[in-house]
Design a binder for this molecule. Structure first.
Ligand code: DAT
Ligand code: MG
Length: 151
């Protein structure tokens, strides 16, 4: 199969970093066979977080969300996945997330839900370009993909 077109933005949030879940979360996507195309750790500036979550800026929890997301480093990833990424993440409220999903396995509070994943192809494209420069994204063939992951 040819290179897949999908791209999504996955981010281990500050609580996921603090709770040493970075490797675990990356491993789930890697082991499912998705390809990592970008990776970095950073404490996000307020302006970036405001742009990332601009759709939620009028919501009452927005100030708390900004404080939480800016409270420490996050690990940002580009991956070649969209729809299944949300399925692997679980629901926004971890208590409504099925066991087996990332949120269903590792957290309990909506305001500490350990990981972000883009909710559509359009938001994935927007978020990837917010968090990564073009030069920070790798273009390569995952050799497993061509033979052992996809038919
Ligand atoms: P998701 O992260 O599942 O895409 P979202 O985009 O609706 O959810 O919201 C972004 C984040 O904002 C979410 O992960 C946690 C926080 N959030 C959403 N709804 C909330 C609420 N009702 N109370 C507190 N925090 C909330
Ligand atoms: Mg969202």
């Amino acid at each position: 199969m040819a290179e897949r077109e999908e791209r999504t933005f996955i981010m281990v949030k500050p609580d996921g970093v603090q709770r040493s879940l970075v490797g675990e979360i990356m491993e789930r996507f890697e082991q499912r066979g998705y390809k990592l195309v970008g990776l970095k750790m950073m404490t996000a500036p307020k302006e970036l977080l405001e742009m990332h979550y601009h759709e939620l800026r009028e919501r009452p929890f927005f100030p708390k969300l900004m404080a939480y997301m800016g409270s420490g480093p996050v690990v940002a990833m580009g991956m070649d996945i969209v729809a299944q990424g949300r399925a692997m993440l679980g629901a926004t409220d971890p208590l409504k997330s099925a066991p087996g999903t990332i949120r269903g396995d590792y957290c309990q509070a909506t305001g500490r839900n350990v990981c972000h994943g883009s909710d559509s192809k359009a938001s994935a494209a927007r978020e990837i370009s917010l968090w990564f420069k073009d030069s920070e994204l790798s273009h390569y063939t995952n050799e497993q993909h061509t033979k052992w992951v996809y038919e």
